[in-house]
Design a protein around this ligand. Structure first.
Ligand code: MF3
Ligand code: CO
Length: 250
């Protein structure tokens, strides 16, 4: 069932989304060579709780941390730990924050120092694939329109579309209906209506699109070890289009 949010719920979703944006802005200056992913997690966890909010990922199906930190060939759900970032890495920080019972969710990929041209290309076009997906959001359009637009953009740029994971509705729960795949067919799937809120989140690879799960049962990596990027926004469907609830503040 796809929920339609009330005015009051939309106000709370905006607050949750804005906290997600503020957390990303807060952590960005710390993303430098030498810091561990565990330290990034600790800083963000403190930021979240000191803002009267909840790090929703922590404890979700046993996930141990506030952030997912996915480095280089890691696609999603990397667990913060003792890994020290090094020059040339890319790291995706994905976070879900709960505020007064409502969730905001956004991921973006950051460069550590100077990264190579391939990673720059991957980051640029994964970000643009998200923009292309978001631009399809308006009442009357269907989920398949978003999915197909992302797939087309990614494949035209020779990037792999990870198919095992997808976007989702969001509200009181971090994962609600509908599913929002990053590949699909135009004019198929649920129709968008004002008051729905969805997360759009292309996960693209520089090489093949196949992925594997590491033995920690969380970290998803590319099968060919090529780098992956991931950008995600929480998006409200409005009367005449959309509003991004997790705007970038940097
Ligand atoms: N932000 C992720 C998503 O959109 C969720 C993180 S999974 C968790 O699906 F287990 F860490 F919570
Ligand atoms: Co998400």
């Amino acid at each position: 069932m796809i929920s339609i949010k009330s005015e009051r719920e939309i106000e709370l979703m905006k607050k949750a989304g804005l906290l997600v944006s503020k957390m990303h802005k807060f952590i960005k200056p710390y993303i430098k060579e030498g810091i561990t992913t565990k330290e990034l997690d600790r800083l963000c966890s403190e930021f979240i709780t000191s803002n009267d909010a909840i790090p929703t990922c922590k404890g979700y199906e046993g996930f141990p941390c506030a952030l997912c930190t996915s480095v280089n060939e890691q696609v999603v759900h990397g667990i913060p730990g003792n890994y020290k970032l090094k020059n040339g890495d890319i790291i995706t920080i994905d976070v879900v924050i709960g505020y007064k019972g409502y969730q905001g969710d956004a991921a973006w990929t950051y460069a550590v120092g100077e990264i190579d041209e391939n990673k720059k290309y991957l980051m640029e076009h994964t970000k643009k694939a998200l923009d292309v997906g978001v631009s399809c959001v308006k009442p009357g359009n269907r989920i398949g329109d978003i999915s197909a637009a992302i797939q087309k953009y990614a494949e035209e740029h020779n990037l792999g579309v990870v198919r095992e994971l997808c976007g989702h509705g969001i509200g009181r729960e971090m994962h609600e209906d509908p599913e929002v795949p990053n590949f699909g067919i135009p004019n198929t799937g649920p129709r968008l209506k004002p008051g729905m809120i969805i997360c759009i989140e292309p996960m693209l690879t520089y090489g093949r699109r196949d992925v594997m799960l590491l033995e920690d049962d969380w970290t998803v990596v590319t099968a060919d070890n090529s780098p992956a990027a991931h950008y995600e926004h929480t998006v409200l469907i409005t009367e005449d289009g959309y509003e991004i609830l997790t705007p970038r503040l940097d």
